[in-house]
Ligand binder design. Structure first.
Ligand SMILES: Cc1cc2nc3c(=O)[nH]c(=O)nc-3n(C[C@H](O)[C@H](O)[C@H](O)COP(=O)(O)OP(=O)(O)OC[C@H]3O[C@@H](n4cnc5c(N)ncnc54)[C@H](O)[C@@H]3O)c2cc1C
Length: 678
């Protein structure tokens, strides 16, 4: 056997130390949790039940109450465990990470009662113990929190480094490593102490909003449809009609809500929604924080302010009626010092002018009562801010409009050319990135709601392409690992600091069909090199050129240099990213989070590099036949149902539609659900 070189030896030792610190941190947090709350309620992974079933079937011989090391350490046992664990490689985060496992479930992590294993073994054993109530007794015991872990650190220093290293190296090297471990012990211990000092401050909520809500039939059905993707197939089953009263370009929440409003108000009209992707809500609508904003930040009297306050009410009502997941979990906007407190006071004034209800300014003690892990000088508390899954809302609206029998959603139809002919608009297009076949639909009027392509689509339709140019920013999110998810339970935001763009890493609980119940941290706001720049490496020459030649963006960047460079750095560096959140949740550490999704947000900069702070419409394009939405950034999901009202009001006026006296409501809930089930 080749002996490792000095460099390799050093690396191995470093890796061992990192493992040890992480494993101890993990063990400590876990032990605190099961000593504080009912372990039967605890979820360690998203698939606890599946792991338990598999474990009990694969290892019926293991007595989880008191483990026998033979069941883990013999060659046959190791092989069996390896096969068991490999199934979870892509499904359980850090599935093979070194972990500490208690031998006797009634005891702490003492030197004698701790063995070293991997994360899947830890999960299998502890999920079984929790579900069987074997850990219940720990809550009655009075534990001194640091003592067991100091013992563990001793154990790790003397035993784990040696023991696990033994597997890697021969005896001579163990002696060498042992010497390094002893001298490295002080270092090791001090970094360990720091971790403990930080995590000692944290208290975790047992559950997040929506977690204990019994699932309702509407949500379950929609989720089933979304998961199986039958929903999008059913949308594709349109009847091939090509002539409509109105065509809407863009199957995000704005386009869909506008189609719904139009069908409600005009019982005889027909509408087609053209969407370039193979599903609705594929871009901004399906990749965002999911926050139902109360209307706090927006300029009083602006479209944004008015539609947000009304839109939030409509959104809560819509979710309730359609049994979609929604939680009025509240929000804190925190100030970390006196200077930021002035911003909190200012926000209170603005929000009151906007008609936002039930706001309160809290001091640090009052904040602690609501969110024990938040350390702040003061906060604006908004109990009516909530969360939902806007992607699911959009799918529900899509389903609703299809059921009227007067609408079609044409997927994989990218609108590429608009022409005026015989008093109607011809819209030509096709599947994106394909040369053919060319598709055509015609309509009396067109409304464009194309998200981060709104400037280009408006330009194609005959609008002013040079105006309201879109710039895109990638908003990357992290999420708390399952065992740390309860770090807070409501939205916690910093005061706004983005020079007018919605920047600010915040904590948000999610009730998302695709991503589940999570606590997300984010987003950043990093300039993208492609309009669909979901990752750092997405490049598109046309888009880079567009940004480089956008003078207003340059002026914004020059006025906010630290923001521009800082966001770029944050996008690439997890530590820098989390620092923004640690400013008000100081107990958050890097190893508590894992990567989550990214969304790309559309932003328009006006003359002088000022971030547009209202929705922008371009009216009476192509001889008065087209209405273009040119800017609909956050909180457009919250406001979507109210924006739809505003757009149909505008269209009615511009296109001189005759408003029927009797508007109709969309199909009722029972009809919708039976349609979904069909
Ligand atoms: C990271 C992030 C966080 C956010 N957080 C929140 C939040 O918490 N709360 C909130 O209210 N809002 C939030 N927003 C804002 C919100 O998501 C958007 O404002 C909203 O989704 C805009 O909807 P839309 O329909 O205009 O755009 P999109 O959802 O982007 O839809 C536009 C659609 O048009 C289609 N399209 C484009 N060009 C064509 C073409 N030529 N032919 C056919 N189809 C075309 C696109 O494929 C796309 O599906 C967030 C946004 C981001 C990115």
């Amino acid at each position: 056997m080749r002996l490792p070189s000095a460099d390799e030896l050093e690396q191995l030792e470093d890796i061992e130390k990192q493992w040890a610190v992480k494993a101890m941190h993990h063990a400590e947090t876990y032990f605190k949790l099961i000593s504080a709350i009912d372990p039967r309620q605890l979820r360690l992974t998203n698939i606890d039940d599946e792991i338990l079933k598999d474990f009990e079937e694969t290892f019926p011989e293991i007595n989880v109450e008191c483990l026998d090391e033979k069941d883990f350490k013999t060659p046959a046992a190791k092989e069996k465990w390896r096969n068991f664990m490999n199934k979870y490689e892509k499904r359980v985060n850090e599935y093979n990470f070194g972990s500490l496992i208690r031998i006797d479930c009634k005891e702490d992590y003492t030197e004698q009662n701790t063995m070293f294993g991997v994360r899947m073994q830890f999960y299998a054993v502890e999920i079984a113990r929790n579900k069987k109530g074997l850990n219940d007794g720990l809550r009655q015991t009075d534990h001194c929190s640091s003592l067991p872990f100091l013992l563990v650190s001793f154990n790790l220093k003397s035993t784990m480094l040696g023991r696990s290293a033994f597997k890697l190296l021969n005896r001579r090297n163990v002696i060498a490593l042992g010497a390094v471990a002893t001298t490295g012990g002080a270092l090791f211990l001090s970094s360990d102490n720091k971790v403990h000092a930080e995590s000692n401050k944290l208290k975790f909520w047992q559950s997040l909003p929506g977690e204990n809500t019994p699932e309702n039939p509407g949500f379950a059905k929609l989720r089933g449809m979304a998961a199986e993707q039958r929903f999008r197939t059913s949308l594709a089953q349109n009847n091939g009609k090509t002539d409509f009263d109105v065509v809407i370009v863009g199957g995000g929440i704005i386009g869909l809500a506008t189609a719904r409003e139009l069908l409600k108000r005009f019982p005889n009209m027909t509408v087609a929604v053209l969407e370039k992707e193979r599903e609705v809500a594929a871009h901004q609508t399906g990749h965002n924080s999911g926050v139902i904003h109360a209307g706090i930040y927006y300029k009083p009297g602006s479209r944004m302010a008015k539609t947000c306050v009304r839109g939030a009410d409509l959104m809560y009502e819509y979710c309730k009626q359609n049994q979609l997941p929604v939680e009025r979990c509240g929000k804190l906007i925190v100030a970390v010092d006196e200077k930021e407190h002035k911003q909190v006071e200012r926000l209170m004034e603005i929000a009151s002018l906007n008609g936002v209800k039930d706001l309160q300014i809290l001091n640090s003690e009052e904040i602690k009562k609501l969110e024990p892990n938040v350390v702040a000088y003061s906060a604006l508390y908004s109990p009516n801010t909530g969360i939902t899954d806007f992607g699911l809302v959009a799918q529900c609206i899509a389903n609703e409009i299809m059921q009227t029998g007067r609408a079609e959603i044409k997927l994989a139809f990218e609108a590429q050319k608009f022409e005026s002919k015989d008093g109607r608009v011809e819209i030509w297009g096709g599947e994106p990135s394909q040369r053919g076949p060319t598709l055509k639909v015609t309509a009396k009027n067109v409304i464009t709601c194309a998200g981060f392509y709104s400037d280009r689509v408006a330009g194609l339709a005959g609008g002013d392409a040079g105006r309201a140019k879109v710039v895109t920013f990638r908003g990357t999110y992290y999420q708390l690992k399952p065992e740390y998810r309860g770090i807070c339970r409501m939205n916690v935001y910093p005061v706004p600091s983005g020079g007018g763009i919605p920047v600010g890493v915040h904590f948000t609980p999610t009730v998302n069909t695709r991503r589940g119940i999570q606590m997300i941290v984010g987003p950043g706001a990093c300039l993208t090199f492609s309009r669909e720049g979901y990752t750092f490496f997405d490049f598109k020459m046309e888009d880079i050129f567009g940004s480089l030649t956008n003078l207003n963006l340059w002026m914004f960047a020059l006025k906010n240099p630290s923001l521009s460079l800082g966001e770029l750095y944050k996008d690439m560096n997890k530590r820098a990213f989390l620092r923004a959140a640690q400013a008000y949740v100081p107990g958050l550490t890097e190893d508590m989070v894992e990567e989550s999704f990214a969304g790309v947000m559309s932003q328009v900069f006006e003359k002088g590099g000022i971030a547009a702070n209202d929705y922008i419409l371009e009216r009476k394009v192509m001889d008065g036949k087209i209405l273009c939405v040119r800017n609909a950034p956050t909180p457009a999901c919250t406001a979507s149902l109210a924006i739809a009202e505003m757009l149909i009001d505008t269209a009615t006026e511009d296109f001189e539609w005759e408003q029927s006296e009797k508007s109709i409501e969309g199909p009722n809930k029972v009809q919708q659900l039976s349609a979904i089930a069909a």
